[in-house]
Design a protein around this ligand. Sequence first.
Ligand code: ATP
Length: 611
Amino acid sequence: MNNYKRIFKYVKPYIKPLVTANVFTILVVIFSLLSVMMIFPFMDLLFNESPNQIPAKEVTSVFDLKDFIIVYFSKILLQYDKLDVLKYLCILIFLTFFLKNLFSYLQTYFMSVVEQGILKDIRKDLYDHYLELPLSFYTDERKGNLISRLINDVQIIKDSLIAVLNSLFRDPPTIITFSVVLFLFNWKLTLIIFLMAPVTAFILSKIGNSLKRSSQKSQEKISDITATLDETLGAVRVVKAFGMEEYEKQKFENENNSYFLLLVKIFRKRALASPISEIIGVFTIVIILFIFGTDIIKGQSDMTPGAFIFYLAVFFQMMPSLKLFGQMFNSYKEGTAASERVFKLIDTKSDIVNLPDAKILKDFETCIEFQDASFKYDKSEMILRNINLKINKGSIIAIVGPSGAGKSTLVDLIPRFYDTTSGKLLIDGSDIKTLQIESLRSKMGIVTQETILFNDTVKKNIAYGKAEIPDEKIIEAARAANAHVFIDKLDKGYETVIGDRGIKLSGGERQRLSIARALLKNPPILILDEATSSLDTESEILVQEAIERLMHGRTSIVIAHRLSTVRNADTIVVLNKGEIIETGNHDALIKNESMYKKLYNLQFRHQEESV
Ligand code: ATP
């Protein structure tokens, strides 16, 4: 129940329309009853069953409802012409039904804001939370699962909550009002009918529990399907290149099939609730018919046909409410399962957060310093060990080392994508954990190997993170990044949409766009992971020039794969198995039989030869 209670928090902002909607619900209930009540005098009028004079027995209490209606209706009949009464009755019946439907529409009208609003708010909270979660969270979770929570689970929560809210406000008042009427009409019979209720409730709760389990499984399945879809479509080029279409089709079909089987099971179970409650309802009606019928045949009934039909009509009107009230418990169970999954995510807390008294880093002034810093990922062994490194403002640091040495991990610590496991990382003498994260990251430009572009226009990609920026500034950045010429040749220039992850651009063009983005941000610190894949010479020169312009006047930390970068670096840091084993400039390091020399021969030598 706990998680489900938390959903009610989302109802709060919509109390007004919710209350308004439910005022209309109550009106609908009243008018449904009235519309049925009209039948009673109408039938008796037509079949001339009502006495031509007021019955001898005076009705003193409204609790004798049947006689109460008969007596008062007879009084009216005696005063007016029958045809006139018929006319007024017809108008009244039409009006009652008209108002009942109008109120029913108004109920939905106000309820739509509540429904869609709750859906929107839960999605927003979940999405906001996704962006707050640390990077480490994303390495453990499949992206598709997260998408599925946001789309499918939130929808189920909303459906369940609305079913519960609607039912709570509509069904109990309907059931209570109609039951009171039935009791007042014939309490003995009604008592027999109500003895059936616990049986129905028991059967429905069994179905509900089983539905909750299946719903949990089906959500896991749809989550898997979304994840598979996301991964396959994201890697469609590789799938095609390796001729893996059939394999991927088969994989998808397996998941799709088991989802299908589960859904069929759920729909069948869910569908059980309605016929079961209806059969029990009909069984009850049969009892009513039998008891009434026996009385009529034996001549012991004091009911007019109108009263008899009225009793049945009230019961029929109450049946959908009884059914929906029963189904509400199933919706509640399905909603509980979905809310457990969603709140589990919302309760995942980020450990990389601003301290309450976090300082704002106004400017980067002196240096970045690793002090005995070590780091390990959640379940890994130590990836970085006792790193001591000082990066002075304005210097260029090249980080080199074999694959898996920990280069990317090292630079990820600077913008606080991860926190050191032990030791410290200082900026201008302050531990970065004491600085406000946004102010820290605003001082950094990050250009990764994998150029991260969005499926948007060139302009928006360059100006990412800068809402109000004049076009001239964007063009200026593009020129400096050697990107203006190719952008100009595109279909719609700066307004061209570049496709998913910039798929419509070449590798070099993508790199230059992300360099333009970093240039526009103009941060004092640059973190650059040079691309390993080599471009053709012309493109390489353009990218190289752009990078040099980008590094100019900044403090640059570069995971270096280019000869020119290591040559120009003030300090080269050689990382091996998570430890710094050598530091110095190119000339100093190349002289010794160093690891750097080996790497240089392996990695950079051929670049020297090709120049
Ligand atoms: P490359 O040059 O190949 O990119 P690198 O020197 O940048 O390598 P890192 O990416 O920092 O190396 O990885 C260092 C080690 O950390 C590797 O052994 C890798 O398997 C491990 N590692 C990287 N990311 C994670 C992660 N999210 N969770 C657990 N281990 C990780």
